[in-house]
Design a binder for this molecule. Structure first.
Ligand code: NAD
Length: 355
């Protein structure tokens, strides 16, 4: 019997609709050769929701997402929304959506495709073979800690983590490591911060349940340096909200193009899958956006739904299409045999995914 999944599509603004449409094309292609089926429902979030509902996150979008098996999201934002008050801004909608879904773990793989090592600003021998995963705590730490205040002569924020918050994110990292190279690097600033000292103790504790996984600790300043010096030493990087925000951006640039990297936000009621890039208003509507990050996000979604055969098909198709030399404009200077549009790239990957 075939399995049916209810997928909430939140296309968003800018290039969002273009890239999500291509991911849907690829999902439909794998559905045609496997025993899975998808029911899609479209919901508005971000600037497009402000235009229609005067709010960046309408209740019907929250309800729709919560009733789905997964949410596939494009991107939000654009210059026309930049001067809106905070409660109307597109990113307020995204932050609230993460909260509503309860997704406390942000997973960002940084994998380099052999054909695109030249796209990295680092030397080929440094980046060839990089395959790391940043597991970032997403709903705690200094971005949310109380008290926080901006006064005329000073301002302060609070970095706070509870044992429970550290435990649950550490578990996600160790579980991920079990299916990878079985190494977790926990990144903190325990030489200076009490909150990091607690982080270390709790991570050590969780590690006892995973004797197969090797755990090491690294200070965040050293981790930033090591990421650039020798990224291949990492398998899973486990870290808190602010350190993860910074390190995951650095890790993505090790790989090169922003148009290739997917992400998953999990641990809550429903998983949210999205490319790491934004809505790219500068290229929206031109048919030149790279849909691969969104297509790879759809593949992460399938893995979390335990549809590994379908996920393998997508990842294999992306590799094959890149190997064949097809490139969207952003990657046209890296061994391109043919430069293709957003929609042509989606069709090529869809075609290879059915083979
Ligand atoms: P961006 O990621 O949208 O764009 C940065 C650069 O990368 C641009 O030159 C863009 O053309 C290019 N780029 C991005 N994605 C691409 C793709 N798939 N293919 C080819 N090129 C691509 O970041 P930005 O310019 O700083 O922000 C633009 C808007 O996106 C802002 O409104 C910002 O708030 C929003 N944003 C949204 C998210 C999100 O929805 N999760 C994340 C970051 C930024």
């Amino acid at each position: 019997m075939s399995k049916r999944y209810k997928i909430a599509l939140i296309k968003g603004d800018g290039i969002g609709p273009e890239i999500v449409d291509e991911a849907v094309k690829v999902l439909d292609a794998v559905a045609s050769v496997t025993d899975i089926e998808f029911d899609y429902n479209d919901y508005l979030m971000g600037g497009c929701a402000v235009d229609v509902f005067d709010t960046p996150l309408p209740q019907e979008t929250i309800n729709g997402a919560l009733e789905s098996d997964a949410v596939l999201f494009g991107a939000i934002g654009g210059p026309q929304y930049d001067s809106l008050p905070k409660d109307k801004r597109p990113e307020t909608g995204l932050l609230q959506m993460r909260k509503e879904l309860g997704v406390f773990a942000n997973l960002r793989p940084a994998i380099i495709f052999d054909e695109l090592t030249a796209a990295s600003t680092l030397k080929e021998e440094v980046v060839k073979g990089v395959n790391l995963l940043v597991v970032r705590e997403l709903t705690g730490g200094i971005y949310f800690g109380q008290p926080r205040e901006k006064l005329p002569d000073r301002a302060y924020n609070t970095m706070v983590y509870t044992v429970e918050e550290i435990k649950r994110i550490a578990k996600v990292a160790f579980e991920q490591a079990l299916n990878r190279d079985k190494k977790v690097t926990s990144v903190d600033k325990a030489n200076v911060l009490e909150v990091s000292q607690l982080w270390r103790e709790v991570v050590e504790d969780v590690a006892k349940d995973y004797p197969q996984v090797h755990l090491e600790h690294m200070y965040v300043d050293n981790a930033a340096m090591q990421l650039i010096r020798d990224p291949k030493q990492f398998d899973v990087i486990l870290t808190g909200n602010i350190f993860g925000d910074i390190l995951s951006d650095a890790a993505s640039m090790v790989v090169g193009s922003i148009g290739l990297l997917p992400s998953a936000s999990v641990g809550g009621k429903v998983g949210l899958y999205e490319p790491i890039h934004g809505s790219a208003p500068d290229i929206a509507g031109q048919g030149i956006a790279n849909p691969i990050a969104t297509i790879m996000s759809a593949s992460m979604m399938l893995r979390d739904l335990q549809e590994h055969v379908a996920a393998d098909k997508i990842e294999h198709a992306v590799k094959e299409v890149l190997k064949e030399g097809y490139r969207t404009k952003d990657l046209s200077s890296f061994d391109a045999k043919e430069v293709v549009s957003t929609s042509e790239m989606g069709s090529l990957i869809a075609e290879y995914a059915t083979k």
